[in-house]
Design a binder for this molecule. Structure first.
Ligand code: MRU
Length: 349
C-alpha cells in the first residue's frame, strides 16, 4: 500500500504536491506549494509532517528557495541560498531529517560554486529528488528488517503516525507492520490516539485499515491497561531525532509508553532511517523539543475543553532513553540494545 504523501510535480518550474494532513481522515486533499513561504507554512502547521516527510519537504523547499533567487552571480546566489536554508530550518526544530536535508542541499550548492547559477539550481533540483527517492528505498528496507521481529499472531502497539503519510512511501514503524502483513503474518495493532493532534486516531488507523490490517484505536491513557491484559507483544514507533547513544525523540507520550513496556517486559522498538540520526549530539538531553500553541490542548479541532486563560504546557516530543529501547530498526539492519558503539558500527561507513 502506498500513499503519495509528497511528490515533485512537473519539471524544474513545477511545485511540491502534498497530502494536506490536517484534514485527514475526513478529506483526502492535495495541495501545491510553489514557493518557500507556502512550504514553510505547510511544515509548521503539520500539513506535511513526520520526520522523513519533513526532510523531503525541506529538500524540495530549499530548491524552491534557490529558484526564487534572481542573480547571475554565484557568490551572491550562495549568500542568499544560506538565508533560504535558515528560513526553512526555522519551521520546526526537532526532526533532524529537516536539517540533514538542508545540510545536503548546502553541500551540493557549495560544491557547485564554480558553476553558473542556473547549473547550481539544476544540481539542487536533482539533489532534492534524490532525497525523495532514497527515502522510498529506506522505508522498504526498514520494513524488511523489522518484519523479522514480528511473529504471526502478535499484538503490536504504536504511537503517533510513522506510516506512509510520514514518509515518501511505506513508513518506518508502519513499514514493519505492512511488511509483516505482506508476509502473511496476522497481527493485531493497537494505535494510541496521540493527543493533542491525534495523529494515531486520524492517520495511523486510516492507513492500517486501508491495508486491511486489524487495528484497534485506544486513548493514550489506556496503553498500560492493554499491556496488562496481555494484548501487546511489542511496541514499534518512529523517531524524530536519535542521538549518538541511541536516546530517541518521538511524539510526546512515547517516553511514557516505553516505561509501560519496560514494566510489562514488552520489547520496545524504534524504526527509523539513518537520516533521523544526529551524530553531532551525544545524548537525548541535547535534542531541542518543539513547544506548540496552547490552543492545540485547550481547543483541539475547534471545541474548547478547558477554562479560558488556563496555563498550558504543550511540548510536541519527548525523549526515550536508549536503556528503554530493545532495538532500533534501520534500513541497514536491526541494532539490538543500541549504544554509541553498535549504532556507529551499523551506520557510519
Ligand atoms: O508532530 P509530528 O506529527 O510531525 O510527529 C511525528 C512523529 O513523532 C513520528 O512518530 C516521527 O516523525 C516518525 S515518522 C516516520
Amino acid at each position: 500500500m502506498t500513499i503519495s504523501t509528497i511528490e515533485w510535480e512537473g519539471d524544474e518550474n513545477g511545485s511540491i504536491k502534498l497530502v494536506e494532513q490536517t484534514i485527514l481522515p475526513g478529506e483526502l486533499k492535495y495541495i501545491n506549494c510553489g514557493d518557500t513561504k507556502s512550504i514553510w507554512d505547510a511544515i509548521k502547521r503539520l500539513g506535511v509532517r513526520g520526520a522523513p516527510a519533513i526532510g523531503i519537504a525541506a529538500g524540495m523547499g530549499a530548491y524552491l528557495g534557490a529558484r526564487e533567487i534572481k542573480t547571475d552571480s554565484s557568490a551572491e546566489f550562495l549568500d542568499k541560498f544560506d538565508e533560504a536554508l535558515k528560513y526553512i530550518g526555522s519551521s520546526r526544530p526537532t526532526a533532524v531529517n529537516l536539517f540533514n536535508s538542508l545540510d545536503r542541499m548546502k553541500k551540493v550548492a557549495d560544491q557547485s560554486k564554480d558553476k553558473s547559477v542556473s547549473e547550481i539550481k539544476t544540481s539542487l533540483f536533482n539533489e532534492a529528488l534524490k532525497i525523495h527517492t532514497e527515502d522510498k528505498e529506506c522505508c522498504r528496507n526498514i520494513g524488511k528488517h523489522g518484519a523479522t521481529l514480528i511473529k504471526d499472531g502478535m499484538g503490536v502497539l504504536t504511537h503517533c503516525n510513522a506510516g506512509g503519510l510520514a514518509t515518501a512511501d511505506y513508513g518506518t514503524a508502519l513499514a514493519v507492520m505492512f511488511s509483516a502483513n505482506e508476509q502473511g503474518k496476522n497481527i493485531k495493532v493497537f494505535a494510541d490516539e496521540t493527543r493533542p493532534l491525534l495523529q494515531g486516531a486520524r492517520l495511523t488507523t486510516w492507513e492500517l485499515m486501508q491495508a486491511g490490517i486489524d487495528v484497534t484505536l485506544i486513548c493514550d491513557n489506556m496503553a498500560g491497561h492493554v499491556m496488562k491484559l496481555g494484548k501487546i507483544d511489542c511496541v514499534v514507533v518512529g523517531a524524530d531525532r536519535i542521538a549518538s547513544n541511541g536516546d530517541a525523540a518521538n511524539k510526546i507520550g512515547t517516553y511514557s509508553v516505553s516505561i509501560l513496556a519496560k514494566e510489562h517486559n514488552i520489547p520496545f522498538y524504534i524504526a527509523a532511517p539513518k537520516s533521523t540520526f544526529d551524530f553531532e549530539i551525544q545524548t537525548g538531553e541535547q535534542i531541542p523539543i518543539e513547544e506548540r500553541g496552547s490552543e492545540e490542548v485547550t481547543e483541539g479541532f475547534g471545541k474548547r475543553t478547558a477554562p479560558n486563560d488556563v496555563k498550558v504546557f504543550n511540548p510536541a516530543f519527548d525523549v526515550t532513553p536508549a536503556a528503554n529501547i530493545a532495538a532500533i530498526i534501520t534500513e541497514r539492519g536491526v541494532i539490538h540494545n543500541p549504544n554509541t558503539e553498535n549504532i556507529k558500527a551499523m551506520l557510519i561507513d
